[in-house]
Design a protein around this ligand. Structure first.
Ligand SMILES: [Zn+2]
Ligand SMILES: [Zn+2]
Length: 472
């Protein structure tokens, strides 16, 4: 059925062999079928296993997804794609193009830059000389000097009269072997409106990919070629470089290898800037008087809820205190914290933006933050966590913003779920009826059932045990 040479192919080699025979967009399932004929799979669901392999191991490396089901081999997707390098002062002065990061994902990772071919506008080869230049970069530890590889183009830059602020427009003529055509665009020839339009399109594509990603991150190795392949005119007049597009978009940030939401912070940054100020908007005294009515429920037991009112000028510390009271959490121990839930895309997924934490003594990064400064609209969901050890989550939804009542004292609890009381089991066993207000954790664990007790039975037999109050 199969000959020995086909058998010795790895799965990735089989995929590459199939991709080499394809010259345009094709469905993912067609690729899977073709690969499976030359690389028989023993997976329980070969088609599904192959789809996963294409998404995880080939996207951005050998192919791109034009949409969730359509594939284009990367060499075809990148052929003729144009991008812009806005020259730094150093590049213009030295007559060089610094390779990283300008050529990232346009120059195949496995290729040695010395093997790159550069062509001028008339397709005449330019000599490729690799040099090293020193560059100052900003790091969390201050400015540092690093060495970068660059193409020495001093002769060509001189004949072209290249100056700072000019651009080099690069066309990928052969992605597989690393060939690029260079054009010099003087700053005065820059078509600003077209560039802005293209930048918006590219930023939108990258942002949509981020919104669709499950883990709030897209890896640039995949995202950059995919976004360029999805542009309406990737071979036309180029917009800004993708790094500049991300830098100019307030929604996005690039950390050197991944694209994320702009308010994402790395563990290192969180350590360094722990007390980073929370973005707050100014508000009028009248808005400060207004009352924010929130419905707060336990995340995993939404039937347990309280409605809480707080005024715009009041703080997250006061909000934390009333929520502790509402859910009978200890007021003198443990941290509390607030997050804003921001919807991602059109689905039900959301991401969490920290609004700060409150310590039980009223301090903490969020303690001074006033409710009205958060710019909340009715329908907005927050998350409140009590106790960063036990991590008790509450979903807190802003129901409406109303005028304050005269002589009312805020914050206050104005409604709660109808309690469904349970009876004390010890009393029940003795033919009495009383409300259970405690659960004995030790006895519950031992007996593998909830041991629910009234105040009297608690004192009469479980004083030494670990118990918790029941929340109704
Ligand atoms: Zn009892
Ligand atoms: Zn007990």
């Amino acid at each position: 059925m199969s000959d020995s040479t086909e058998q010795s192919l790895t799965r990735s080699q089989a995929v590459e062999k199939v991709l080499a025979q394809i010259d345009g967009p094709v469905t993912m399932d067609e690729i899977c079928r073709r690969v499976l004929t030359i690389w028989p799979s023993h997976a329980r669901n070969p088609l599904s296993a192959m789809r996963t392999h294409l998404r995880q191991d080939h996207a951005g490396r050998t192919l791109v997804f034009l949409d969730s089901k359509t594939i284009l081999p990367l060499p075809i997707a990148m052929r003729g794609v144009r991008f812009r390098i806005s020259l730094s002062r150093q590049e213009a002065n030295r007559g060089a193009l610094i390779i990283h990061p300008a050529f990232d994902y346009f120059l195949r990772h496995e290729l040695d830059p010395a093997a790159v071919r550069l062509l001028d506008q008339e397709d005449h080869p330019l000599p490729v000389h690799l040099i090293t230049v020193q560059e100052q970069v900003n790091t969390p530890f201050g400015r540092q000097k690093i060495e970068r590889a660059a193409f020495d183009l001093s002769l060509w830059f001189r004949t072209q009269r290249v100056r700072r602020h000019d651009s080099i427009l690069v066309t990928i003529t052969d992605w597989t072997n690393g060939a690029f055509r260079l054009e010099h665009e003087p700053a005065r020839h820059r078509r600003r409106e077209e560039i802005e339009q293209r930048d918006r399109e590219l930023a939108g594509l990258l942002f949509d990919m981020l919104e669709e990603s499950h883990r709030e991150v897209v890896y640039s190795l995949v995202a950059v070629p995919t976004a360029y392949a999805r542009l309406s005119d990737p071979r036309g007049y180029p917009g800004s470089h993708w790094i500049d597009v991300i830098g100019g978009d307030p929604r996005l940030r690039y950390d050197g290898w991944a694209i994320r939401y702009s308010d994402w912070r790395s563990p290192l940054e969180r350590m360094l800037y722990e007390e980073e100020p929370i973005p707050q908007a100014a508000f009028s005294p009248a808005h400060g008087q207004q009352v924010y009515r929130f419905k707060a429920g336990l995340w995993h037991r939404p039937g347990l809820w309280r409605t809480v009112e707080i005024q715009g000028e009041q703080t997250l510390a006061e909000f934390d205190a009333i929520l502790r009271q509402a859910f009978e959490h200890d007021a003198f121990d443990h941290l509390g914290g607030f997050w804003k839930l921001v919807r991602r895309g059109k689905g039900k997924r959301f991401r969490q933006v920290s609004l700060g934490h409150i310590d039980p003594f009223g301090g903490g990064s969020g303690s001074e933050v006033q409710i009205a400064s958060l710019g909340l609209e009715p329908g907005q969901d927050l998350k409140y966590v009590y106790d960063f050890g036990d991590w008790i989550e509450h979903r807190v939804t802003l129901e409406e913003i109303v005028e304050s009542e005269k002589r009312a004292k805020y914050p206050r609890i104005v409604a709660r779920n109808k309690p469904r009381y349970t009876d004390c089991q010890s009393c029940q066993d003795q033919g009495r009826k009383s409300r259970a207000t405690w659960v004995c954790i030790e006895c519950s664990n031992q007996q593998q059932r909830d041991v629910l007790l009234c105040e009297g039975c608690l004192v009469g037999g479980h004083e030494e045990h670990y118990t918790e109050q029941i929340l109704y």
